[in-house]
Design a protein around this ligand. Structure first.
Ligand code: AP5
Ligand code: ZN
Length: 216
């Protein structure tokens, strides 16, 4: 099964994609994670993307399409993938249609995660991530079981994203509303769009997504 998780910054796309990957064997394809890895490695793509991401704007479509095309073509994506953070513009959505058609693959579901804007900012400013395995946490909503130690890998090192502040969040929301939200009617018209309540607790959101994937 191939799906898209669609929602504003902080909606919980990464949180749910990590769990779907762990429990359903689909592979999480996060363009944000790919770009952050490119920035950390100092690659040409990373150098182009760094400032754009720190401002909260969108990286040009031409760069994003190439990145995801290469990733979808890798063998592990054949068992089913979860797109997390892509597509984000109509041009990206159209490019995705083309690449899937050429590869003989199909898009089964687009899951919209709805969360109100005030909650999004609270989620973003409290987020931190294990520096070693990438597991996501939150100061208030998802603390490690033992303070300061990652539940999954035991690492004591955590990172916070540079774009996770209230100021940059405003720009990210403007980009979402102007460029990504129009994808909802785009997928709605095809009958693949389903909505889940992203305001619910993490387990309940997962339950709703699982329902959508099993055809509910
Ligand atoms: P990206 O990394 O994709 O960021 P984003 O879309 O802004 O989404 P986030 O990762 O911030 O949020 P999320 O929905 O994954 O939430 P999470 O699960 O972590 O993109 C970053 C940048 O890269 C972009 O601004 C852009 O510059 C560039 N970029 C990436 N893709 C691009 C593309 N395709 N085109 C162009 N540019 C691109 O949850 C957030 C927090 O809330 C966590 O701490 C979590 O623990 C907590 N939480 C989650 N669910 C719940 C819940 N149900 N209740 C309470 N807390 C919760
Ligand atoms: Zn870890």
């Amino acid at each position: 099964m191939n799906i898209i998780l669609l929602g504003p910054p902080g909606a919980g796309k990464g949180t749910q994609a990590q769990r779907l990957q762990a429990e359903k064997g689909m592979v999480q394809l996060s363009t944000g994670d790919m770009l952050r890895a490119a920035v950390a490695s100092g690659s040409e793509l990373g150098m182009k993307a760094k400032g754009i991401m720190e401002r909260g704007e969108l990286v040009p479509d031409s760069l994003m399409v190439g990145l995801i095309q290469d990733r979808i073509a890798q063998p592990d994506a054949a068992k089913g993938f979860i797109l997390d953070g892509f597509p984000r513009t109509e041009a990206q959505a159209k490019a995705l249609d083309d690449m899937l058609a050429k590869a003989g693959k199909k898009l089964d579901r687009v899951v919209e995660m709805e969360v109100d804007e005030q909650a999004l900012t609270e989620r973003i400013v409290g987020r931190f991530t294990c520096a070693k395995c990438g597991t996501g946490y939150h100061d208030k909503f998802k603390r490690p079981k033992v303070d300061g130690v990652c539940d999954v890998c035991g690492s004591k090192e955590f990172t916070r994203r540079k774009d996770d502040n209230a100021e940059t969040m405003k720009t990210r929301m403007v980009a979402y509303r102007a460029q990504t939200e129009p994808l909802l009617p785009y997928y709605g018209a095809r009958g693949v769009l389903r909505k889940v309540d992203g305001m619910a607790a993490m387990d309940e959101v997962y339950r709703q997504i699982s329902g959508v994937l099993s055809g509910a």
